[in-house]
Design a protein around this ligand. Sequence first.
Ligand code: ZN
Length: 287
Amino acid sequence: MELSSINPFARKQEIEAPQSNKTKEMIEISVGASDRIVDGIRNLLSIPAKLFLWNSKFGSGNISQETLDKMRNYLHENGLHDVRVSVNEYDPGSTWIRIMSNPKTSRLSKCTIGLADGIITTLAVSKLTGFPGDRFSPSANTIYLFSDDASIALHEAGHAKDFHTRENPVLYGLASRLPLVTLYQEAVATQNAIQYLRNKGDIPGVKKAFTLLTPALATYALYELWTLSELDLSSFLLCLFTLFGLGHLLGRYLAAQEKEEPSISVVSSSADKLLSAPHEAMKAVEG
Ligand SMILES: [Zn+2]
């Protein structure tokens, strides 16, 4: 048995064929019908997250064409034409078909992790509850999007890009249950989104991404603390407010330091180092 078949961090050896013959219209973006009651309940349940992230569009459901266009462009420019985007939908049927017909997953993974993912998607009713909300599923090779924010959309597309470089995307997804791996995967997705915006010269977009995605990382830092230690309620609340506070401060600092010419910005390069620190730490276990 080759190590790469059991190492979740193994990267693909071969370079995929150029996607020059693919157009961005080939990317399937399916938008669910809006429903005032269902969307209203999800928006209500998303209020704590909206407050902590200080973003009213979180879980809003009404995704603007501008956000969808940015996501489509990202997927196209990164050759991710087989990724489906499910926008504010409850469509478990499509999810099951995608899981069971995904050519990139083995029969074993379809019948185990794929099955679990399908059941969660069917039962969790993200459209109603907002949980799980915006996410990328390697089993269904699908991005689920409920928030009308380009930073969040590109972050999820950044996950898709990261997973597509892995030898075994489903195993890589499963590895998020290991300590610190979730934080690493989130940092990589955020770094992918910010670097894409920077390459595009979209400095206002970079600033917005830092402002939103840095405190969002606090969610995952809190998750790691929660799993690594037994926090009582008062310690949990203390960590919650401290981490989000620090996340907002750091995000605003990095946004303020982002310059129009990032290549000559020392602080910008510091931000890169900050975001790539978990990446560097994980290199030791990658094959
Ligand atoms: Zn994420």
